[in-house]
Write a protein that binds this ligand. Structure first.
Ligand code: NAD
Length: 501
């Protein structure tokens, strides 16, 4: 049993009474225990959420915002404990664990402001004495399915917006990270109690958590009482979930795999590019949906940049994520390590020259999987390069014309994040134009990962097309009603149609 995790769970308000043992990717130690739910529990939870919806949808949105404001307060008070638990359960280094909880706090602030800005349009009517407008109403129960690599922030992105929009939430987190989910739920309950103590009535069951595997997720996906299914994970998961939700005419928001590229042009500031590439490719041990997986470098700077990258790559400190100075933590599990080795083997077979990629620290952590980040010089964008391997592998390709680089960047099934490093405004604008990057995120002179919550987050093609977090992503969590009001004494029909007796 990991003593530190025990203390953290206690401090975060999670009581433990048996269940399945949860092991840490850091050292394989048992962090705690989780009780898993079955489909019948899910059906009951959805029913309870539906009852909460009936009460919550008529609470004025700015009042709903008060609950999220207080939740943000509770998160601030427990930031370091929740962040440390994220590090132990998901293997993130300390600053990334803290960053993940900061992202939750940021989305709380964003959602509170949003609770007074759920605007609809007014529209000019073609008929005299008529007014047209649109209103945004709560949509219903929101189901959230989340991935291991952002074990708490993804729920917060969804839940904070859903709650101010008037929707209760039912959460099925990754089976790999149930304890951070339990801790987040406990903090949410604390916020509910605090709001009630201050005199505001709140319905029960505004946010519920059910731990379990894919089958439990399926019960959420198939329920006609779940208006929106927001699912984050692999493209394989999205391929199963999307059609099932569509078959019952439900709404889905899919945030799936990425295969993100950075283009480096001859005019690029190579110091800047190097830093952007290092964090993008190897930060979070390559386990972000926005991780840089492909580097497309102009032939004139290719050798110089790759040489510098190789040097920097070997200097990244690999180790226990909570130890001072660590930059690369562990892979999440053995399967992930095996997938990485298999991808590197395929890369070799497809003409790649691999450096790095070996297991590290096996003597100190025999039950965990630490790896040296890999760099692979590829002769072409082969099959393995088009595939998302969720590990620190950076494939390097070379180009001569910018149009060729953009074509390579777009020629993969995924469409999440992309970047160009350039000091040439023409190149930057070409990359951002309609004929440029086809991704949901396109950046100039910053890397592919580490998005701010203010922008809409998501991607095209096999990334699923969903958008969450900032901008107008809140519209996913509401239904639009178009209203026409006749304040005249006539009843003119639209388009001049006549129907008089
Ligand atoms: P995963 O697909 O294995 O699991 C994600 C979640 O889906 C888990 O909760 C799992 O239990 C559930 N699930 C799996 N199959 C299901 C089914 N048939 N029905 C219902 N639920 C099901 O993904 P993972 O390994 O946890 O996470 C890594 C993947 O997630 C990567 O592909 C990464 O790119 C992606 N990801 C995407 C984003 C994004 O915003 N685009 C963010 C984070 C992670």
């Amino acid at each position: 049993m990991n003593y530190q995790a025990d203390q953290l769970l206690k401090a975060l308000g999670v009581t433990q009474n048996g269940g399945r043992a949860v092991r840490s990717p850091v050292d394989g130690a048992v962090l705690g225990y989780v009780h898993e739910a079955v489909a019948a529990d899910m059906h009951e939870a959805i029913e309870r959420a539906h009852q909460a919806f009936v009460a919550w949808r008529v609470v004025p949105a700015p009042k709903r915002g008060e609950l999220v404001r207080v939740f943000g307060e509770v998160l601030r008070e427990h930031k370091s404990e929740l962040a440390a638990l994220v590090s132990l359960e998901a293997g993130k280094i300390a600053s990334e664990g803290l960053g993940e909880v900061q992202e939750m706090i940021d989305i709380c602030d964003f959602a509170v402001g949003l609770s007074r800005q759920l605007y609809g349009l007014t529209i000019a009517s073609e008929r005299p004495g008529h007014r047209m407008m649109e209103q945004w109403h709560p949509i219903g129960v929101v189901g959230v399915i989340s991935a291991f690599n952002f074990p708490v922030a993804v729920w917060a992105w969804n839940a904070c917006l859903a709650l101010v929009c008037g929707d209760p939430v039912v959460w099925k987190p990754s089976e790999k990270t149930p304890l951070t989910a339990l801790a987040t739920q406990a903090l949410f309950e604390k916020a509910v109690a605090r709001v009630r103590a201050a005199g505001m009535a709140l319905p029960e069951n505004l946010a519920q958590l059910l731990n379990g595997g894919a089958d439990l997720g399926e019960a959420l996906v198939d329920s006609p009482k779940v208006a929106l299914v927001s699912a984050t994970g692999s493209t394989r998961m999205g391929r199963a979930v999307g059609p099932r939700v569509a078959a019952r005419f439900g709404r889905s928001l899919l945030e799936l795999g990425g295969n993100n590229a950075i283009i480096v042009t001859p005019s690029a500031d190579l110091d800047l590019a190097l830093r952007g590439i290092l964090f993008g490719a190897y930060g979070t041990a390559g386990q972000r949906c926005t991780t840089t997986r492909r580097l497309i470098v102009h032939a004139s700077v290719h050798d110089q940049l790759v040489e510098r990258l190789e040097k920097a790559r070997t200097q990244l400190r690999i180790g226990h994520p909570l130890e001072e100075g660590t930059l690369i933590g562990p892979l999440v599990d053995q399967a992930s390590f095996e997938q990485m080795q298999s991808a590197l083997q395929r890369a070799r077979e497809q003409g790649g020259v691999v450096t790095g990629g070996e297991r590290r620290l096996a003597d100190r952590f025999p039950q965990a999987y630490y790896v040296e980040p890999a760099l692979v010089r590829m002769p072409a964008q082969t099959e393995v390069v088009c595939h998302e391997t969720f590990a620190p592998i950076l494939y390097v390709l070379r180009y001569n014309e910018l149009s060729e680089a953009i074509a390579l960047q777009n020629d993969v099934p995924q469409g999440l994040s992309s970047s160009i490093f350039t000091n040439d405004v023409r190149e930057a604008e070409q990359f951002l134009s309609a004929a440029g990057s086809d991704c949901g995120i396109a950046n100039v002179n910053i890397g592919t990962s580490g998005a701010e919550i203010g922008g809409a987050f998501g991607g095209e093609k096999e990334t699923g097309g969903g958008r969450e977090s900032g901008s107008d992503a809140w519209k996913n969590y509401m239904r639009r009603a178009t209203n026409t009001v006749n304040y005249s004494r006539e009843l003119p029909l639209a388009q001049g149609v006549r129907f008089d007796v």
